[in-house]
Structure formats: structure tokens, C-alpha cells
Design a protein around this ligand. Structure first.
Ligand SMILES: [Zn+2]
Length: 197
């Protein structure tokens, strides 16, 4: 089974590399590529909230080969929807977090499906910190939860990722751009950003 997953994820990584060819992750980070019609997300925090991005896309820590973002935030920071949609998953009953394998299934989260079929996942909410329910219609900027440290997590933070179909029809994690105080950008790790709604 272990080998199956290894092969599966190796394949997935390989496949992602092919799909990425059009714009390399370096191009995304450097803002090099200009012709971008992708959706512009809000940062998933209250307007003007300043946050620090710990891990960006394809980070060398726990996001190797992943298009996912980790924001360092204090516990109980209000997490807002980065885009309109409908809640398709929510959990708030866990009080456990850490870096043991079993912690992978301990995370509280909210998942929101957007109108183009993509889904945003917001992870690691505090116990009882998922403030919306499956089926709820969500408006961009609406508070959906309170941050925490549940699940596979060493310290309070928000893990944010969007999955959907890329322009080649592959279902995968997608790099997303955000409206910030620094303009409309693909976020870079070890940088501060201020939400701009
Ligand atoms: Zn993460």
C-alpha cells in the first residue's frame, strides 16, 4: 500500500510538472507572467489584517510539490471566505493537533465550492471554530471560521489551498492570485501581506 501511494504521488508530481510547463512556479512568484485571466481571490482574513506567509507554493518544508499556502496567525483569528461559494465540507469537533501521522485526520476545516467547480480548503480551525455548515451559501469576505492548531500542524496557522481543473483539464491544486496591499499578486513565502477587500 505504501508503495502504491509513493508511486501514485510520484506520478502526480510528474504530471503536475507537465501541466505547469506553461508558467513555471518561478514565473508565478516573480509576477513575470502578465497575461493572467484567473480569478482574483481576497486574502482569507478581515480587511486590512496583516499576515505573514510561512509557506508558499512548492515550499521545501511540508508543501513540497504542493500548491498550498500557510499563513501564520494567532489562535482565534477570524478566517474569511476568499471567494463566493457553497460550503461542501465542515468540521469543528477536533481538539487535537501535532506532527504525528494520526494527526493528519484531526484537522478542523471548511471547504467551499466556487461557481466554476473549484474548491477552497481552509484548515486547522480551533475546536468549534468552523462557523458555517454544509450547504450554506457564502459571500466573499464572510467570516467562516476561527483559526487554530488542529490536525497536522505544529503551531497555529491557516492552510489554504484551491483544487480544481487547470486549463489542460487536469484536476489538481491550483495556484491562485490575491488582491493585497501590494497589488494583485501570487504570494511569496516569508513576506507580509495586508488583506484588501
Ligand atoms: Zn499547510
Amino acid at each position: 500500500m505504501k508503495y502504491f501511494f509513493f508511486i501514485f504521488f510520484s506520478f502526480l508530481n510528474f504530471y503536475c510538472c507537465i501541466a505547469q510547463q506553461q508558467y513555471s512556479i518561478h514565473d508565478l512568484k516573480s509576477g513575470k507572467f502578465k497575461e493572467d485571466s484567473s480569478y482574483i481571490y481576497d486574502l482569507p482574513f478581515e480587511n486590512k489584517k496583516k499576515v505573514f506567509l510561512i509557506q508558499g507554493y512548492d515550499s521545501k518544508m511540508s508543501h513540497k510539490g504542493e500548491y498550498a499556502l500557510d499563513f501564520k496567525v494567532k489562535k482565534k483569528t477570524k478566517i474569511c471566505a476568499a471567494r463566493d461559494g457553497v460550503v461542501v465540507g465542515a468540521r469543528g469537533d477536533s481538539n487535537n493537533g501535532g506532527l504525528k501521522p494520526e494527526n493528519l485526520s484531526d484537522g478542523n476545516y471548511v471547504s467551499i465550492r466556487h461557481y466554476d467547480g473549484s474548491v477552497a480548503h481552509y484548515w486547522h480551525f480551533i475546536k468549534n471554530g468552523a462557523l458555517v455548515n454544509v450547504g450554506d451559501t457564502i459571500i466573499k469576505g464572510q467570516v467562516i471560521g476561527l483559526s487554530g492548531n488542529t490536525g497536522y500542524s505544529a503551531f497555529p496557522h491557516l492552510h489554504f489551498e484551491v483544487v480544481g481543473y487547470d486549463d489542460k483539464g487536469n484536476y489538481r491544486q491550483l495556484a491562485t492570485r490575491f488582491n493585497t496591499n501590494k497589488g494583485i499578486v501570487y504570494l511569496r513565502p516569508a513576506h507580509f501581506y495586508r488583506a484588501k477587500h
